[in-house]
Design a protein around this ligand. Structure first.
Ligand code: AMP
Length: 176
């Protein structure tokens, strides 16, 4: 089923002042609850990278997991979680990053990627790009190559895409 931009935007709920004053939070739970729309989002992202030779799909905690895991299965790649600090049980690499609303740290298992592996990074929303660029640095530290970034929504007015450099980025809906 082809993905209609209007279908996605109609199923995303804007929540004002969450998690803090001045932020309009893009709530994708109505989209996830619609099986056909969710499936179409996953298919569209996977199709965009089907020829990229992806070895691993990295999902970013927590909403990124929901989208990344089915994309990984569809492109025939393994799934690797990137988590908030202190959640992963094994040896980790850590990167700090800034959000639209604060700063945090992300971790990946130190043995999650092999040198030379081709990685697709998936999240729900691209905002300032701080998260995506931190994950790109994490993958690079393990010797892997980020060959793509995919997300459902892009807050274009925050300029996150520029922080991804030459990495091809696909968003299903962009708010200019
Ligand atoms: P950024 O690092 O600024 O690109 O922020 C992207 C990350 O923060 C993603 O993991 C999103 O889930 C989350 N995020 C940032 N801004 C929003 C927003 N307005 N609505 C929903 N999630 C957001």
């Amino acid at each position: 089923m082809p993905l209609e931009t209007d279908t996605v935007t109609a199923l995303v709920r804007d929540v004002a002042d969450f998690p803090q004053q001045g932020v309009v939070f893009k709530d994708i739970t109505p989209l996830l609850a619609d099986d056909r729309a969710f499936a179409a989002c996953v298919a569209t992202l996977a199709d965009a990278f089907e020829d990229a030779g992806v070895d691993k799909v990295l999902g970013i905690e927590a909403r990124g997991f929901i989208v990344a895991a089915p994309v990984a299965l569809r492109v025939g790649a393994g799934f690797v979680p990137v988590r908030k600090a202190g959640k992963l049980p094994w040896k980790v690499e850590r990167e700090t990053y800034t959000l639209e609303y604060g700063s945090d740290a992300l971790e990946i298992h130190a043995d999650a990627l092999a040198v030379g592996e081709r990685v697709l990074v998936i999240d729900d929303v691209l905002a300032t790009g701080g998260t995506a660029s931190a994950v790109t640095r994490l993958a690079g530290r393990l010797g892997a190559e980020v060959v793509g970034f995919g997300c459902i929504l892009e807050l274009g007015f925050l300029g996150g895409r520029a922080r991804l450099g030459a990495v091809p980025a696909v968003s299903l809906v962009s708010y200019p």
